[in-house]
Design a protein around this ligand. Sequence first.
Ligand code: PAF
Length: 273
Amino acid sequence: MTIIQTPQELQELLKNETQSIGFVPTMGALHHGHLSLIERSVKDNELTIVSIFVNPTQFLEGEDLDKYPNKFDADEKICKIAGVDILFYPQKEDMYEDDEIKVIAPNIRGFVLEGAMRPGHFDGVLTIVMKLLNIVSPTKAYFGKKDAQQLSLISQMVRNFCMKVEIVPLETVREDDGLALSSRNIYLDKAQRKEALKISSSLKKATQTVMQGNLNVKEIQEEMEKVLSPLNVEYISIVSRAFIPQKEIVIGDSIILVAAKLGQTRLIDNLWI
Ligand code: PAF
């Protein structure tokens, strides 16, 4: 596995590359969720490139940028064992200059839910993903469905800017007890970790309600609220795949999303119906 630090070196290395390239962008602190993306890329492509970059522009003032877990040594081993060919590990100065042109999230879909709670977050995500996709020029890029809104906006960016990459969405990976894997789970103490299970339990409750034939969004949200209580819930939302709010679940076109805070830690989870 080759480790590359600058966009210029990576582009030089790839300039005559004709093999299919799978790309997995990450912020490091890799877990089984990332591993499932990497394994799929290794299976689908001749070359796999993983990036590790904690992108400062997607963190808001007061968020966890400074304490975001850095586990480079462990991440490097995971990538090597998983069969990654190139690990791209740039520093901030390699990726940004002053007073840059940015990609701006769309007015409606970019500013609901995560975009409303974290205004400006998606501008940062889209800008860095645009840069990374341009540097790597992958055949396919892999993203988890856990960050559903991010996935939807990146897919829209690729469509709107006529980019050639294929975006491949993959299922959320969970602990045995249902907690969705996230690099931020390590912030949780034992009691918070237990409380956090209410998030996936509320989604299970929603599934049961839908399976019993109740497609009414308000009633499903009320059932979920009961399961989530007394967590500090930021939103429970049911939207279409295009992130338009729905009054009734549409099988095959609904996503149920939850965001809640456990102490200082924000967790998100969702269910695609
Ligand atoms: O999902 C993430 O880890 C990040 O938002 C991403 C896509 C790597 C961009 O920094």
